[in-house]
Structures are given as structure tokens and as C-alpha cells.
Design a protein around this ligand. Structure first.
Ligand code: NOJ
Ligand code: CA
Length: 674
């Protein structure tokens, strides 16, 4: 099904002084009429407002720009022309949380021109979907605006209602790795602002996520509170203070507002993906989602070192042990960190200039290990820790990827530990956006899929470059191993699906079975073991790690769930959720008729009776249920679980009982009929 219709209307360019320009308001609604956007040029300024089912949700919000060497583009602007159109197509994801995605929107595109000053031209395009909207600015090729530097983007989000907000503060040393704050909208930081996706629950009970899509050659948008319930775009600057450096024609990312009546509506909205261009890589049959184990947690809990030495984690011998384990349990890949030359003891303080992406430590033979992996039917991943030294990395990038691809490696994990890239640029300014894109495209040349740690945030680029697998970009499992505050509190994973993961998949690295961290009494993994299993379903990623030391899996029947759970889905449904409290997610495997369910709670125990109406009709399923034992508790008895089996159908009700900090994971397999 493909339909695209555009109609053009010429409004007439009448030479009028801006003060006497007649009022002009243009509007566009979503295909089902529920979302309406108005663009307002009545006073020769640019603003927009949004309503949902007839109620205003975004009040008049100004738009515009200030530049370094050009006059501002804020007022004395008139509409030169506009176009409306609609689009309806279903496209297929090569991998992901849902195979078939409907892209259905109405569009309004407005051509604007300054009446005096430099007569600069600007185009604003609105795309309105049933689940929200996006708008972007385009600077067309024009005489008075060739090279330009943006010093302020005046995009406001004037929220009509009081709201609760879930957010993390921007411009902090640990990038996106902070616990989410849950405050009133009016308590969002007014100086540094918050990162996006920023999630709101309005006093009318609507859920909004403000974010951006197709962040390409531009600075990331943060949101600063500038008045009562009003947010304004704050772009991450270059080290010289300029926000964006560009030559016309140039366009901004889409500024997006997703709208849901339930928290789960934000999770199942595909608006961010739909606002990215289609696959540019052509045949992507080489891109394979993967489950992996690795030499990783041992370094974080202080058992092994990244650096070569007595307790070095990455030895040939240990890598082979991990490969044996991976092969025995059906894993696709093995990650080995600290395999290369250049790590120092306090590596997180280092400038990374000594890191080699091709030379191995003396106790690790990359080729031998990879040959061994291949002989067992799997492959290594490659790990590139750049230490945020992008110059050192980019200087070696061809040899680094060429080595990996010559060995048959398909996936690269790429880390950027450091407060700033090259000690001067934010991980989310325009330099960073270009850097991560360059690395992604370079990896694609070598047919390698990547997942970034210490990334720029996800804005849906995986649609265009499907080798963009996953990323960190929030506090992941590692914080439980060493964080001075003891680790991620149980509510953290009940917030992530409605904040960070709205941008795209996350490499959280679940699957820890041994919750205490030896020698670090304040640190603990703050979940039950059953909740660790449920995270594979709740936190979507096409690369999922079984993060614990392999010896902690041996003899544990619960490990069967990690062996079974897929990383690529036909469809996703959020059965029930309250942000920060609990999440129940169901997903159907892309490669079988199986369904999986993950339920997690914060520190409070809960009980639910849910309908199994998401299951396919007419099929009897065996439900393998991994649940918290009756006496399980994330602090006192985290590792106690039970496994039970039930026969169920889609007309059945199903009971979910979660311990404090607990969870439940279920595999539903169609019964084989005799
Ligand atoms: C931080 C990453 O998040 C983690 O996964 C990695 O092990 C370390 N950096 C070392 O590079
Ligand atoms: Ca990290």
C-alpha cells in the first residue's frame, strides 16, 4: 500500500510591510483527526500550537533562529507559499521490535520569507501522525545565507497543562548516565536543561515525549525551562560557543512530540523511526541481531583488569572458555574487552592516545581466538574503547575495521569513556553527531554492525543505517558493580522504557544471577533474578548480553530463559505500565510462533491478573514461567525463583505476582498437536 498526494496552493506574494501583513494561520491534522497542529504567522512571527482530541496540549510556541553573522530570523516574516499532502505506506524493518511499520501522516510545508532585513528564506515542514507530530526547519539555497552559524534556536514547547516530568540534566560529566528525576515540569532545570527524550504526564492524564528524529549534521536538542510550563530548545554548543555550523541548503532534525493515552502508547509509537529516511544501505542481509556473552562483568566487579597484567581478563585461554560456553548454549557472539594495547591502570582518566585498535596484548591472540570461535560456529565481537580520543580512533579506523572484517567479525562495540570528546566537545554537539555518523558509515563499508557505549542519543537513524544496532546512553548494569551510590535503584528499569528507550534500543546488559559484588558491600544488583530475565523482554535491543560470569550460570535452570529469548521481534505490546512503578511487556518472536512476556516492578511487590488476549487465537500454549519465589526480595533474598509450566489460551486470565524489586519472565510456546 503506497499512497502519496500533494496539493500546492500559491498564496500570492504581496509586497506588504510586515506590520500590515494580514493574519495567517495554517493547520494540519493527523489522518484520524485526533492531533491538530496550527502554524501561526498572524503577527509576522512564527509559532505553532497543538491540540489533541480538541484540547490544546501545546499553546502558542515561538519558532526562529539567531545567527552569528546574520540578522535574526524571528519577526517580519511572511508566508510565501504552502503545500499540504498525505502519505500512507507500510515498510518492513530488517530487525527490531516490530517487523511491519505503518507510516501514515498528513503534511504541511510552509515557505517563509523575511519581509526586510536579508530577506532570508526558511521552510518549515509539519508531519502529523495519529500518535504525534514532528516538524523541522529547512534553510533553502539562497543568496543572503550561504555559510551560517546558529547561535540560538528558538523552538519552544509551551505545555498547556501542569505535568509531571521524567528527565536527566544535560551538560554533566557523565553524559546521559544519571538516574532520572521525577519532578513537576516546572522544576526542570532552567540553565542546563534536560536531555531528550523527555517524558511528561499532563494533569489531563496524557503522556507526551519530546525528542528529535534524524539528528544529522546538527547539534542535539536539550530542553531548558524558560517560564511556567514552558520549555525551549537549547542546542549543545561546539567548544567555540557556536551551536551549529552549516551551509545552505541545510535542515534541522525533526522536533518531535509523541502523544499517548497510556505510557505504553509511547513505547509502541513508531514516530521517531517514521521520521527518518528509509534504508540507505541496500541489501542488509549481512546484519544479524545477536546474543552474546563476554569477558566484561569480571572487570567491572574488580575480579579482572582491562590492562595486561596478573589479573588480565582478556587472555586467549579465558576467551576460549567463554567461546566453549557460548557454543554450548547457542549464543551467537563473544565480546572480549581489554584485548588490545594501550590500556593503563586508571584507564578512565587516560587520554587514550596510546590505544591501538589492531595490536593485541601479549597474552591474547586475536586470530587464534577468532579461528577457535569460528570452528565452534560463532564469532567474536570486536571492542573499540576510544577513551573519547576521536582523532586517535579515526586515524586508525580503516585498519581497525579492516582487521575485524578480515577475521569475519560482524559486530563492534565502541566505547567513548570521557567527559568530552577529545577533551573539548560534548558527546551530543554537532561535532559528536558527525563523528558517530562517520563511524557508523565506515562500519557499514566493512559490513559491521555497531553498538556505541557513551553514545550520542538515538534518534531513529537505525531505519536509514540498519547496522546501527544499539547503544548505552543511560546508566546500565555496570553501575551496580561500582557506583558509589550502591547501584541502580529498582525503579530505574521501570523508567527506562518510557524515557531513554523511546529513542531506540539500549545495551543495558541484563542477566546477572549473582547479585552481590564481592568485596564491595555497598554494591548490589538491585533486582531479583526473575527480574533479570524479564529485562530481556522489557528493554529492547537487537544485541543482548548474558552479562554475568559464565560460572554463575552453570547449574541454574533459569538460564534456559536467556538461551531461549529472541532478540528480534514480530511485534510488541505493552500490556500494562505505570512509569517508574511497573511494566508488563509482551513480544512475539519474529522467527517462530512463540510469545514472550516480561513483567518488572520497582521496590514494591505487586499482583496483577492480565488477559492473555495478545496470544494468537485457536492455539494452546505451554507457558514456561520464571517467577520470584514466595520469599524472594531484591534486598534480602534476590536469587530465589521458581519455574512452573501451565497450559494457556488467549481467552485465559493469567496471574502475575512480583516480589519487592522483582519480575516474571514467560515463554509461551504453541503445543505440538499430536
Ligand atoms: C564503559 C562501558 O559502558 C563499558 O561497557 C565498558 O566495559 C567500559 N566503558 C570500558 O570500556
Ligand atoms: Ca558507560
Amino acid at each position: 500500500m503506497k499512497k502519496i498526494i500533494f496539493t500546492a496552493m500559491f498564496l500570492g506574494l504581496i509586497a506588504i510591510n510586515c506590520s500590515t501583513t494580514p493574519p495567517k494561520v495554517l493547520s494540519v491534522s493527523s489522518p484520524d483527526g485526533s492531533v491538530e497542529v496550527k502554524f501561526d504567522n498572524t503577527d509576522s512571527t512564527m509559532s505553532y500550537s497543538v491540540s489533541y482530541k480538541g484540547d490544546e496540549i501545546i499553546s502558542k510556541s515561538f519558532m526562529g533562529f539567531q545567527f552569528k553573522s546574520h540578522s535574526p530570523l524571528l519577526s517580519c516574516i511572511k508566508i510565501a507559499d504552502y503545500k499540504t499532502g498525505s502519505y500512507d505506506e507500510v515498510w518492513e524493518q530488517p530487525w527490531g521490535e516490530e517487523r511491519l511499520i505503518r507510516e501514515n501522516y498528513n503534511e504541511l510545508s510552509v515557505d517563509l520569507i523575511e519581509v526586510n532585513n536579508e530577506q532570508k528564506k526558511l521552510q518549515i515542514v509539519f508531519r502529523v501522525f495519529n500518535d504525534g507530530l514532528g516538524f523541522r526547519y529547512l534553510f533553502p539555497e539562497q543568496e543572503n545565507l550561504e555559510y551560517f552559524e546558529i547561535m540560538n534556536e528558538i523552538t519552544e514547547f509551551n505545555i498547556a497543562d501542569d505535568a509531571d516530568a521524567w528527565w536527566i540534566k544535560a551538560f554533566q560529566p557523565e553524559r546521559y548516565e544519571y538516574l532520572y528525576q521525577h519532578t513537576l515540569l516546572n522544576d526542570i532545570d532552567s540553565i542546563d536543561g534536560a536531555h531528550t527524550p523527555l517524558t511528561l504526564e499532563t494533569s489531563d492524564g496524557l503522556y507526551l515525549s519530546i525528542h528529535e528524529a534524524d539528528l544529522t549534521d546538527y547539534a542535539s536538542m536539550c530542553l531548558r525551562r524558560v517560564g511556567s510550563n514552558k520549555l525551549k530548545c537549547k542546542l549543545a554548543p561546539w567548544s567555540d560557543g557556536v551551536l551549529v555550523k552549516a551551509n545552505a541548503p541545510h535542515k534541522t532534525p525533526w522536533r518531535t512530540i509523541q502523544i499517548g493515552e497510556k505510557p505504553g502508547d509511547l513505547v509502541t509509537s513508531r514516530l521517531i523511526l517514521n521520521l527518518n529516511p528509509p534504508n540507505k544501505l541496500g541489501d542488509v542481509s549481512w546484519i544479524k541481531p545477536a546474543k552474546y556473552v563476554g569477558i566484561w562483568w569480571g572487570m567491572h566487579i574488580g575480579k579482572w583488569s582491562f590492562m595486561e597484567g596478573e589479573n588480565h581478563g582478556a587472555t586467549t585461554e579465558r576467551a576460549k572458555e567463554y567461546i566453549d560456553f557460548a557454543a554450548e548454549h547457542g549464543f551467537d557472539e563473544v565480546l572480549v574487552e581489554g584485548w588490545n594495547v594501550g590500556w593503563v591502570e586508571e584507564w578512565w582518566l587516560d587520554d587514550g592516545s596510546g590505544i591501538s585498535f589492531t595490536e593485541t596484548t601479549s597474552d591474547y591472540d586475536l586470530k587464534e581466538v577468532q579461528d577457535y570461535a569460528k570452528s565452534k560456529g560463532l564469532t567474536l565481537q570486536i571492542y573499540h574503547e576510544t577513551m573519547s580520543n576521536t582523532r586517535n580512533y579515526l586515524n586508525q579506523i580503516d585498519s581497525a575495521f579492516s582487521l575485524a572484517s578480515s577475521l569475519g567479525i560482524k559486530t563492534a562495540k565502541i566505547g567513548q569513556v570521557g567527559g568530552k570528546l577529545d577533551k573539548k566537545e560534548w558527546h551530543y554537539g554537532q561535532y559528536a553527531v558527525k563523528y558517530y555518523r562517520e563511524v557508523l558509515k565506515k562500519a557499514a563499508e566493512y559490513k559491521i554492525s555497531v553498538y556505541f557505549h557513551e553514545p550520542v542519543k538515538a534518534t531513529g537513524e537505525r531505519r536509514t543505517y540498519p547496522n546501527m544496532f544499539s547503544r548505552e546512553g543511560a546508566r546500565g548494569m555496570e553501575y551496580n558493580a561500582w557506583s558509589g551510590d550502591g547501584g541502580n535503584p529498582p525503579e530505574h528499569t521501570c523508567i527506562l522504557p518510557f524515557t531513554r528507550l523511546l529513542g531506540g534500543p539500549m545495551d543495558y546488559t541484563p542477566g546477572i544471577f549473582s547479585m552481590n559484588v564481592p568485596g564491595r558491600p555497598i554494591n548490589q544488583v538491585n533486582t531479583t533474578l526473575a527480574k533479570q530475565l524479564a529485562l530481556y523482554v522489557v528493554l529492547n535491543s537487537p544485541v543482548q548480553m548474558a552479562a554475568d560470569l559464565i560460572e554463575n550460570y552453570r547449574g541454574k535452570p533459569a538460564f534456559k530463559f536467556i538461551e531461549d529469548v529472541p532478540v528480534d521481534w514480530e511485534t510488541t505490546k505493552v500490556i500494562d505500565a505505570a512509569i517508574g512503578e511497573y511494566v508488563i511487556t509482551a513480544r512475539k518472536d519474529k522467527n517462530s510462533q512463540d510469545w514472550y512476556l516480561g513483567a518488572i516492578t520497582n521496590m514494591n511487590s505487586r499482583e496483577f491478573i492480565i488477559n492473555l488476549d495478545f496470544l494468537d487465537a485457536g492455539i494452546t500454549y505451554t507457558a514456561q514461567i520464571y517467577k520470584d519465589a514466595a520469599d524472594a526480595d531484591y534486598k534480602l533474598n534476590p536469587e530465589a525463583y521458581d519455574i512452573v509450566e501451565l497450559q494457556v489460551e488467549n481467552s485465559d486470565e493469567f496471574s502475575i505476582v512480583l516480589a519487592n524489586g522483582g519480575g516474571m519472565a514467560v515463554r509461551f510456546t504453541p503445543e505440538i498437536r499430536k
